[in-house]
Design a protein around this ligand. Structure first.
Ligand code: C2E
Ligand code: MG
Ligand code: MG
Length: 741
């Protein structure tokens, strides 16, 4: 039985038991109270009965005294009234005393109100003669009544027969009678007060004639079944006193039931909670476990398989093809320029984009294929049961096309490309690790080849990867072994041809491969983070060159140093540069730092902070390779830099491309409007130089003016003679020094 139902049964049982126990307790306590009540009732009844009996006996003693007086006076009681008065005052409770010689009432005290009784023959009387004869026969006092008297009140007649002697023979003289009013008798007891205190009572006797119960006094309240009876013995019969004080236990019963209900409900609810607690915990554990499982195997954002789960499934699929033949393809996807969307429009948009890409991927492949997110903007697709390379190519092309469709984000639309690397199993590898590595390498090939395309893995990629690893190791050693050097390319003023400053360019004297240009190692240095220590070395070497200029006692030319994106992220960068300048006693105005436009645009916030810090120190900042990073001149307005360097790609076609000429001119005008200086990079021909000079470009850099020079030659370089103001200067190239790097 499920725990839930079982707990309900237990709860119900607990409720019933507690309620029953509560009710039983209520019943017991009420029973105890009513027994207690009964007991006290018995006491009250006994007290009242004996009080009545006592008072009756007491009152009746008046007839004995009167009889005795008759006997003493031998039937000639002359002072009856005063005697009777004395007796009645002494004994109380007697309403009148009478003498009835020979059974005929002759004297009554007090007479007033009792006149009707005079002459009444008791022995001939209708109803009451029976007791009179009984008294004579038994020679004892008899009681008649209680009954309604002629006076209109309930009363009791006590007849005491008086026997006198005549010659030693007793003869019946008459009766000494006492009349007792019932009310007076009862007033001597407390029965009236009890009546007022809600007691009920009944005083009765068995009627001697009818033998029926004759109730002669009763309370206004009726008796209940709980009445207590007590017999009062009177001279010639028995009276019954019945009493009770009915108590209504309804309230107590209701309270008892309510309390039982409340207790039972509370306990059963508590029990239910206790019983259900393990169930609740189990459910919670189940939810958490499934959440953990979900987290462990699936990507939280997209719901796709995560790297771990995908790898497991890939291993499984490989095992299947090893057993049953066939093949599969692993596609490694990396979104192009995702970081830019994420940084520019916010993480929420980034998330939306990733979710949409995940859905499109799933929609593009078959049900049996596996789609997973490897992390960040990297996804993987395992195409099962691949029959040909073409099949994989077709799916990859479809993916590129689908993902390349516009994606609606929170505010605007975005278009992203995908670079895909494809590897095949079992041809390229037979383990998930191997296949993921291969596909990753192929994906990098797609990136290198211009992004938004697919590449199949081949062995050459593996070799290139190995080369990269070797290169990384060699780079690590290069700093220690002092294999780096700087060359300095002059930057010339286009107005007068004089050398204004230098750009420091890094060279690596690699023992096996000879002189290496940055293009062959900067990327690896950046990927491995080695660029950070190398970067500091470059700044220090550039400063050393400035010191060389100081020592050579010439006009000191500032030196521009290229920064890498990793250096932007260095929190202590500006501080370290400041410390270095202070240590070497070099004015900050002699150092210039170049940040490429693409680097700036991809890390606007970081770059802005660093640029502000550097400029605060007095260091000039320039934007390098401008025109390649897709930023608009309007955006540039927001970046506080000093110089802008137009990329070589705009200069190279100046002679042939009108658009490039217009672009360069427009850029120059705009930049001047922003109050910045312009440098044209990569000037190789006189035509380019002339054009740039004509449009008012401030500085030029290029092989035509000077190639990057080793420090000794750089120190000698003064400027480019063709640009000298003199008319004949164009023919005098004495200022130009042979290029060497
Ligand atoms: P860049 O900062 O734009 O530097 C100018 C590049 O253009 C240099 O290449 C220079 O030799 C080349 N160049 C100058 N004039 C001409 C020309 O008339 N024709 C042609 N075809 N090329 C010309 P280099 O020295 O190979 O440097 C390439 C890039 O490597 C640099 O581009 C810069 O981005 C980076 N780089 C160089 N040194 C460093 C460095 O110390 N640190 C960092 N992070 N990057 C560096
Ligand atoms: Mg540069
Ligand atoms: Mg450049």
């Amino acid at each position: 039985m499920p725990t839930f139902r079982l707990s309900s049964v237990y709860t119900l049982m607990a409720f019933i038991c507690i309620f029953a126990a509560g009710s039983y307790y209520t019943h017991l306590s009420i029973e105890a109270r009513s027994k207690e009540q009964q007991r006290s009732m018995e006491e009250v009844v006994s007290t009242q009965a004996s009080a009545i009996e006592r008072h009756l006996t007491h009152s009746l003693s008046s007839t004995y005294i009167l009889a005795q007086e008759v006997r003493r006076s031998n039937g000639q009681l002359n002072n009856f009234d005063s005697f009777a008065k004395d007796v009645m005052q002494t004994i109380g409770g007697v309403s009148s005393l009478q003498l009835a010689p020979n059974g005929i009432t002759q004297q009554i005290y007090p007479l007033e109100g009792n006149e009707k009784g005079i002459g009444h023959n008791l022995l001939l009387s209708d109803t009451r003669s029976k007791e009179a004869w009984q008294a004579i026969d038994n020679k004892t006092l008899t009681l008649a009544g209680p009954f309604m008297l002629v006076q209109g009140r309930m009363g009791i007649l006590a007849r005491n027969p008086v026997f006198l002697e005549n010659n030693g023979k007793p003869y019946f003289w008459g009766f000494a009678t006492a009349l007792l009013y019932l009310e007076d008798l009862l007033s001597f007891t407390e029965i009236d007060q009890l009546n007022r205190k809600d007691y009920a009572f009944e005083l009765s006797r068995l009627h001697p004639d009818t033998n029926q119960l004759d109730i002669f006094a009763r309370s206004s309240k009726a008796l209940t079944e709980q009445q207590v009876r007590k017999v009062i013995r009177v001279h010639n019969g028995e009276w019954f006193l019945a009493m009770d004080r009915p108590i209504d236990f309804t309230f107590q019963i209701m309270v008892g039931i309510l309390l039982s209900l409340l207790t039972a409900s509370l306990f059963s609810l508590l029990l239910r909670r206790i019983l259900l607690e393990p169930e609740r915990l189990r459910a919670l554990i189940k939810i958490q476990t499934s959440r953990l499982e979900q987290l462990a195997f699936f990507d939280e954002l997209t719901g796709l398989a995560n790297r771990r789960f995908l790898t497991e499934q890939l291993d499984h699929a490989i095992l299947n093809i090893r057993r049953g033949g066939g093949g599969l393809a692993l596609l490694y996807l990396d979104l192009d320029n995702f970081k830019r969307i994420n940084d520019s429009t916010g993480h929420h948009d980034g998330d939306l984009l990733l979710i949409e890409v995940a859905q499109r991927l799933k929609a593009t492949v078959r049900e049996c294929d596996i789609v997973g997110r490897l992390g960040g903007d990297e996804f993987a697709v395992v195409l099962m049961h691949i029959e040909s390379v073409e099949h994989a190519r077709l799916v990859a092309e479809k993916i590129i096309a689908n993902i390349g469709m516009p994606v609606q984000l929170a505010q605007n639309e975005a278009i992203v490309g995908t670079s895909i690397g494809i590897t095949l199993a079992p041809e390229d590898g037979t383990s998930s690790g191997e296949l993921l590595r291969n596909a990753d390498l192929a994906m990098y090939e797609s990136k290198r080849a211009g992004r938004n395309q697919l590449s199949f893995y081949n062995i050459a990629m593996q070799e290139r990867a190995l080369y990269s690893i070797r290169l990384e190791e060699q780079l690590r050693q290069a700093l220690v072994r002092e294999e780096f050097a700087l060359v300095f390319q002059p930057i010339v003023s286009l107005s007068n041809g004089l050398n204004e400053k230098f750009e420091a360019l890094l060279r690596w004297h690699q023992p096996e491969r000879g002189l290496q240009h940055p293009a062959s190692f900067i990327k690896i240095a950046e990927q491995t983070g080695l660029i950070v220590p190398i970067g500091y070395w470059v700044i220090e070497a550039a400063c050393a060159f400035i010191q060389q200029q100081i020592q050579a006692k010439q006009t000191i030319k500032p030196v521009a140093v290229n920064l890498s994106v990793c250096q932007l992220r260095e929190p202590e960068f500006a501080n370290r540069v400041e410390t270095l300048l202070t240590r070497l006693q070099i004015a900050p105005s002699l150092l210039e730092l170049e940040i490429t436009e693409s680097m700036l645009m991809e890390n606007v916030d970081l770059a802005m902070i660093l640029i502000a810090d550097l400029r605060h120190l007095g260091i000039k900042v320039s934007i390098d390779d401008f025109g390649t990073g897709y930023s608009s001149l309007a955006q540039l307005r927001l970046v506080p830099v000093d110089i802008l360097k137009i990329d070589r790609s705009f200069i190279i076609n100046l002679e042939t491309s009108l658009i490039d000429r217009q672009m360069v001119e427009a850029m120059t005008v705009m930049v001047h409007k922003l109050g910045l200086k312009v440098v044209a990079e990569g000037i190789e021909t006189v035509e380019q130089l002339r054009f740039l000079k004509n449009i008012g470009c401030d500085y030029g850099q290029g092989f035509l003016l000077a190639t990057p020079l080793v420090p000794e030659l750089a120190l000698q370089y003064q400027g480019f003679a063709d640009l000298a103001p003199s008319e004949h200067a164009s023919n005098d190239k004495s200022l130009k020094i042979a290029a060497s790097n």
